[in-house]
Ligand binder design. Structure first.
Ligand SMILES: NC(=O)c1ccc[n+]([C@@H]2O[C@H](COP(=O)([O-])OP(=O)(O)OC[C@H]3O[C@@H](n4cnc5c(N)ncnc54)[C@H](O)[C@@H]3O)[C@@H](O)[C@H]2O)c1
Ligand SMILES: [Fe+2]
Length: 392
């Protein structure tokens, strides 16, 4: 095991809730509470700014992420953002958006690195300097409470560029936002597909934390369970009444994703995230969707290989919340998720047969932090090949 994963497992903290968490009814209430001013840099999207912020005529500097490129953060996007927003032009950073915007804002809050690539590969330190306030407008990543910023970076093997790309999480407790404000009302413009994939991402955070063999604590488990209760009830409603059922339940989805973020900051994400990162990095599959593509299969294999460990408690929990049978809980969960979002085989994302062997090599090289948290230990290259093959 690498030294970093070892240090995470030796961490004796019961739970980490670093930011002060607020809840406001709308953006106007937030702006008033935080006295937004001209030294605030608000990073958001124009389509979030227009309905929620424009009419307030606030004095801050609004910057739209789409100016820097489309999709999830990459080394190039971060550099373009740094070039566009001079470091001395702001005192506070306000992130209003999904996980991508929150992850970018963590990088606006730090000392500018000489090389973004070197910082992601831990050869240059991350140094926090400016206050960051996060308002999540999706209900998935939990990034508002976590110490991770994820980006698509040039892939390396043994310190040498491979010519490909992968996703990598830069981790430092210094990057946890200082404050979080939940404004569930802002989720109402989120289209159904990113809503569903982000909510599934939150469910996966809660699940991976619940099953985390070395790092979960009694308190992280409590946050995992509550997040699962809220999300599965929301999914039940969507399964029965269709996508619009979410509108009466946005507050619960918003709270659940923050709870799941608190759970995984301590307990850690695992195999699903580790194995989805090359998929997201290579084929630009959105984060929640790339996790979803592998989640059901990985749960089936966990259950097949060690059905009486912690996964039994997980199945009892799913059965208690949904009313399904314990024995059938994994299959029931996968059927429920299919009602929320159709599961696509990997080849529909561009995944090639050769990736079945290549991706596990990248995961072993770069995602040890996640793979060492697997419910099945060790999570071997053969098991990874099986997952990719059976999801292909
Ligand atoms: N830091 C962490 O702990 C952590 C954890 C998991 C994932 N991530 C990262 O987070 C990102 C994924 O985040 P995400 O799932 O929130 O997706 P996202 O940030 O990419 O947002 C999804 C889409 O929804 C749009 N959107 C967001 N809020 C909206 C709203 N209220 N109304 C209308 N449109 C809206 C966005 O512009 C985008 O097109 C990835 O880059 C992933 O790597 C970070
Ligand atoms: Fe995630």
């Amino acid at each position: 095991m690498d030294a970093f994963s070892k240090a995470l497992q030796a961490d004796k903290r019961e739970i980490i809730i670093a930011p002060t968490i607020y809840k406001c009814a709308n953006f106007a209430e937030f702006a008033e509470e935080f006295k937004l001013n001209e030294r605030d840099c608000v990073l958001t999207n124009e389509f979030i700014y227009k309905p929620f912020m424009e009419e307030l005529n606030l004095p801050c500097n609004f910057v739209f992420q789409e100016k820097f490129g489309v999709g999830e953060p990459s080394e190039a996007m971060i550099q373009t953002m740094y070039d566009a927003i001079p470091y001395d032009s702001y005192d506070r950073v306000i992130a209003v958006g999904g996980g991508a915007i929150m992850d970018l804002c963590k990088l606006l809050g730090c000392k500018r690195p000489a090389s973004i690539h070197e910082m992601y590969f831990k050869r240059e330190p991350f140094i926090h300097e400016k206050e960051v306030i996060a308002i999540p407008t999706t209900c998935g990543t939990g990034s508002e409470v976590t110490n991770i910023s994820v980006a698509i970076v040039k892939d390396e093997k043994d310190g040498v560029l491979t010519g490909g790309e992968t996703k990598l999480g830069l981790v430092s407790d210094d990057m946890i936002p200082n404050k979080v404000c939940l404004v569930p009302d802002m989720l109402k413009t989120l289209p159904y597909k990113p809503f569903a994939s982000s909510a599934i991402d939150a469910l996966i955070h809660a699940t991976e934390s619940f099953l985390s063999p070395h790092r979960k604590t009694m308190t992280s488990e409590m946050f995992s369970i509550k997040a699962m209760e809220l999300i599965l009830e929301g999914f039940r409603r969507i399964g029965e009444d269709g996508p619009d059922a979410r509108f009466g339940y946005l507050e619960e989805f918003s709270i659940a994703s923050t709870y799941a973020g608190i759970a995984f900051l301590k307990a850690g994400c695992a195999t699903v995230h580790g194995m989805s990162f090359p998929l997201g990095g290579t084929y630009h599959v959105p984060h929640g969707e790339s996790n979803y593509a592998l989640f059901g299969k990985i749960m089936e294999i966990y259950d097949e290989m060690d059905p009486n460990g912690e996964i039994l408690e997980f199945k009892k929990l799913v059965a208690r919340i949904t009313g399904c049978k314990v024995d059938n809980a994994i299959a029931y969960l996968n059927e429920l998720l299919e009602k929320v979002l159709h599961l696509k085989p990997l080849r529909e994302y561009g995944f090639k047969e050769s990736d079945i062997k290549d991706f596990p090599v990248s995961v072993e090289a770069n995602q040890q932090r996640l793979i060492t948290n697997s419910y099945i230990q060790p999570w071997t290259r053969e098991l990874m090949e099986r997952v990719y093959r059976e999801c292909y």
